[in-house]
Design a protein around this ligand. Structure first.
Ligand code: C5P
Length: 232
């Protein structure tokens, strides 16, 4: 995979016109954008279709989590949009994951499993359920995602190495929580630099605010691509 194939920019704009303007500024600098809940619930599926028809590789990150029938239905709909990557939550369980895989079969859309949000640290994870560590939870969920036939997982860079040790080289490990040296951490807790994330085994990086809030997003994207290349 080339450095450009490894960088996905999260377009978390609540306004469709602002999202369009940002994407226009990134044209030529990157090939992949992520549409998450903030944008999708305003712009809708037609916006994803437009981006795909313009040649963008689109990651639609809705972290689907419901009963298997419902999530399979959602996955079928997202696969029809031509998204390259989509997400379901591993917490939905094996049957939900397996039915998701069947629903996307033959579409070319890859399904990633969300393990644990990178905004959650050990303390906040333990507030949600039985005391656990991010490492233990991500390891359990990554194994389930792999066994259920998903194409990869989303985890923080800090867990990439232990996940990579459990799965083959072809399994995607997509890591948000990426912060170049000196940039704000925002609400992210389990973070690392682009170079570290790649050297620890991430296949692709999702970077949002460090690029999208920069004065010149294309320049920051180019710097991150350079850091990815150096780490490969
Ligand atoms: O702006 P920032 O670089 O923090 O954006 C990270 C992106 O990755 C956001 O769009 C967020 O929804 C997403 N994400 C995450 N943690 C996960 C899965 C996805 O931060 N576990």
């Amino acid at each position: 995979m080339t450095p450009r194939e490894r960088l996905i920019v999260a377009i978390d704009e609540p306004d469709v016109a602002a999202a369009r303007a940002l994407i226009a500024r990134l044209e030529g600098a990157v090939d992949r954008v992520k549409v998450g809940m903030t944008l999708y619930y305003r712009a809708g599926p037609s916006f994803v279709r437009e981006l795909v028809s313009e040649g963008w590789n689109v990651f639609v990150d809705l972290k689907c989590h419901d009963i298997p029938h419902q999530v399979a239905g959602a996955v079928g709909g997202l696969a029809e949009l031509g998204a390259e990557l989509i997400t379901v939550h591993v917490a939905g369980g094996r049957q939900m994951l397996e039915e998701s895989v069947r629903a996307a079969e033959g579409s070319g859309t890859k399904i990633l499993g969300i393990t644990a949000l990178t905004s959650l640290d050990a303390q906040s994870l333990s507030e949600i359920g039985p005391p656990t560590t991010p490492e233990a939870l991500v390891a359990t969920r990554a194994s389930l995602a792999y066994d259920a036939g998903l194409d990869g997982v989303v985890s923080s860079p800090l867990e990439a190495a232990s996940v990579r040790a459990r799965v083959g080289a072809a399994f995607e490990i997509v890591t948000p929580g990426v912060r170049p040296h000196g940039s704000s951490t925002d609400d992210q807790r389990r973070i690392a630099t682009p170079g570290d994330a790649i050297s620890w085994g991430a296949s692709r990086l999702v970077v949002g605010r460090p690029i999208t809030r920069a004065e010149d997003p294309a320049t920051v994207a180019a710097e991150i691509l350079g850091e990815i290349e150096a780490a490969l």
